[in-house]
Design a protein around this ligand. Sequence first.
Ligand SMILES: Cc1cc2nc3c(=O)[nH]c(=O)nc-3n(C[C@H](O)[C@H](O)[C@H](O)COP(=O)(O)OP(=O)(O)OC[C@H]3O[C@@H](n4cnc5c(N)ncnc54)[C@H](O)[C@@H]3O)c2cc1C
Length: 331
Amino acid sequence: MADVWTIAEVSGGVLKEISLELLGRARTLADTLGVRLASVALTSHLNEDQVERLAASGADVIYLGQDSTLEPFTVSAHASALMALVAEHSPQIILAGATTYGRTLLPYLAVKLSCGLTADCTDLAIEEGSGNLLQIRPAIGGNIMATIKSPNHRPQMATIRPRSTPLPSLDYSRTCTVCHVPITAAVHNPTHVLGLRPFVGQQRSIEDAEIVVAGGKGLKKRDNFALVEDLASLLGAEVGASRDAVDRGWATYPHQVGLSGKTISPELYIAIGISGAIQHLAGIKTAKRIVAINNDRDANIMAIADYAIIGDLFAIVPLLAKRLQERRKTQ
Ligand SMILES: Cc1cc2nc3c(=O)[nH]c(=O)nc-3n(C[C@H](O)[C@H](O)[C@H](O)COP(=O)(O)OP(=O)(O)OC[C@H]3O[C@@H](n4cnc5c(N)ncnc54)[C@H](O)[C@@H]3O)c2cc1C
C-alpha cells in the first residue's frame, strides 16, 4: 500500500519544529494503515544531525532533495520537485504545516494534481473500513468541528495547525532509509531572488514564544491591559489575549489564543482574568505550564492550571511585577 508523507520545513540547514510535529501525528496514521511514513525535505542543505532527527521522530524514509535553487523558497521550484516525487512513488496522504510554507505549497500542488486539500486541520484519523483520511478542522467560525474526506482522489492532502500536537519523543535506534532526490534541470527554478530583507515592523509570533502572558475580560478596560503588557515585558514574554479582550480592542487579532485564534505551546502560559472557555483552552492544550490568576476559584482555567492563584488580579499582578523588578536589581 502507498505511503504516508509529511513535508519538512528547513531554514539554514535546520528543521523547523513543525517537521517533527507532523511526523508525530502521521506515525499513528501510517501504523493504522500498515504503511511506511516518509518525510520529504527540499532545501539547499540539511545538516546531518537534522536528518537523524527526522528518523528519530518517526520517519521510515527520508526523501532529501538538496539544491541551491530550493532556497530561498519559491513555490514553482518546490512544487516541481514534489510533483516529480509524487509521480514516482504515488503516496496516499501528504501532510504539511499550516504555515506560510505549507499554505503556499500545498494548494499549488493540489491544483496541479487535481486533488482535494483541507487547510488548517487540528486533528486527523483513519476511517475504519475505507482507510480514508478523516481531516478534522473548525468550521463556520469555530462553531462546529467539520470532518472532511477525499474518497475519490489520491493523494489526500491536508495542512495541520502548528503546535496542535506535542513533539514526538526521539528514538535514535530507529532505522530509516535516506533517498537522495536529484533536482533535475526540469524542476529548476525559473525565479531569481535578487535579495531578501526582513519585513519592517515584523513581530515575533506568539506561536514561537517560550512564555506568553495573556489577558482577558477580567481586566475590565483597555488601560488595565498594560498590566499584562508590563508583566510580559519583564518576563521577556509575548502578549496573548482571549477573544473577548480582542473583540474589545485591548489587543489585536494576531495575539488571540484559542480555537479561532492561535494554537500555542509555550513553556509557560500565564492567564490573567481569563475564565478558560472551551474555545480558549483549545489554543493552550500543548502549553507546558499554566499559571492562572482569577478571583473565581471555580473558573474552568483553574481546573487545568498547574498553579492557580485565587484573588484580585489588580492586587496580584502589580505585586508579581514588583517582585520581578526587585529580583532583577539584585541579579
Ligand atoms: C465559535 C467561537 C469561537 C471562539 N474562539 C475563541 C478563541 O479563539 N479564543 C477565546 O479566548 N475565546 C473564544 N471564544 C469565546 C469564548 O467562548 C469566551 O467567550 C471567551 O474566551 C471569554 O473570554 P474571557 O475569559 O476573557 O472572559 P470571561 O469569560 O468573561 O472571563 C473573565 C474572567 O475574569 C475573571 N475576573 C474578573 N475580574 C477579576 C479580577 N478582578 N481578578 C481576577 N479575575 C477576575 C472572572 O472570574 C472570569 O473568570 C469563541 C467563541 C465561539 C462561539
